[in-house]
Design a protein around this ligand. Structure first.
Ligand code: RIB
Length: 305
């Protein structure tokens, strides 16, 4: 039986334009292309975990519109269990994304139906959480729901991962004790710790602070610089595989989903980090959120250039 990963979080339809560069305030740019792509940090992490070997259940909400149908269909096509994906009377979540010629992006999200994922919905699908080996949450659904899900996952003795994305402020202090792995990027680590994070040494200081705040273990993702692991006893830097980036959208989600799938399958933390990094590196060589996420055989076939 493949290991079971449960993802609690957002589903968004991504409205993606490519432009020569990101627009400045008040500026109108001529874009080069427009595509509509299934995304949302929760759904992307679910797809990553499924393509990378786990049996996955998604807990979330979509709207009663065409995007909602498409978002659910994209997960079902990956054999992801959607019994806990509710349809509500609202618009589905959307993300407006601009990707520039340097493969950098800027994203604005509108929560829509993701806002209907309440603690009561989590309780209604408690059996789904009970069947998990690993539970993953992010921050594109209401804070009360995230806190509730983290604590319930911990109470059930599951491995609990929080990818605090997007984060612009500290987390509630009482969440930390429920988190086994906290996986922020540099700006999220800075927002959570209140410390600048712009180098390996500042990332170590921030990771130590987050562990002192109560997180079990911390992995700060550093983009092309790889990632930093901290467990309170040691730090380890994992350089990223070198690839030619096309679009970094969902690279963090691919890392989180891949790390969770590998951990759930019984790999060590070190193996799971390396596996997640190869998956994330492959994802940045392709455009879009879910279309860019590699399969297990893509990762196994990867050879560092
Ligand atoms: O992490 C990438 C995701 O962020 C996109 O798919 C978009 O939906 C936003 O949630």
């Amino acid at each position: 039986m493949p290991a079971k990963v449960v993802v609690i979080g957002s589903l968004n339809m991504d409205l993606v334009t490519r432009a020569p560069r990101l627009p400045r305030g008040g500026e109108t740019l001529i874009g080069q292309s427009f595509t509509t792509v299934s995304g949302g940090k929760g759904a992307n992490q679910a797809v990553a975990a499924a393509r990378l070997g786990a049996q996955v259940s998604m807990v979330g909400c979509v709207g009663s519109d065409a995007y909602g149908e498409a978002l659910r269909g994209a997960l079902l096509a990956e054999q992801i269990d959607c019994q806990a994906v509710c349809t509500v009377e609202d618009s589905s979540g959307v993300a407006l994304i601009v990707v520039d010629n340097n493969s950098q992006n800027a994203i604005v999200i509108v929560a829509g139906a993701n806002g209907a994922l309440t603690p009561e919905v989590i309780d209604r699908f408690d059996a789904v959480l009970q069947a998990a080996d690993v539970i993953i949450c992010q921050l594109e659904v209401p804070d009360a729901t995230v806190g509730h899900a983290l604590k319930r996952g911990h109470e059930l003795g599951k491995t609990v991962i929080l990818n605090p994305a997007p984060a612009s402020r500290p987390l509630p202090a009482d969440w930390y004790a429920a988190i086994d792995y906290l996986i922020p990027n540099e700006s999220e680590a800075s927002a959570l710790s209140g410390l600048p994070v712009d180098s390996l040494s500042t990332a170590e200081t921030a990771a130590a602070r987050l562990i002192a705040m109560g997180a079990g273990k911390v992995i700060i993702t550093l983009g092309s610089q790889g990632s930093l692991f901290a467990d309170g006893k040691r730090f380890e830097h994992f350089p990223a595989p070198k690839v030619k980036a096309v679009d970094t959208t969902a690279a963090g989600d691919t890392f989180v989903g891949g790390f969770a799938a590998a951990l759930a399958a019984g790999k060590s933390e070190v193996e799971a980090i390396r596996f997640g990094q190869v998956a994330a590196a492959l994802s940045v060589t392709r455009a879009g959120a879910q279309p860019s996420i590699p399969t297990l055989s893509d990762v196994q076939a990867f050879k560092a250039p």
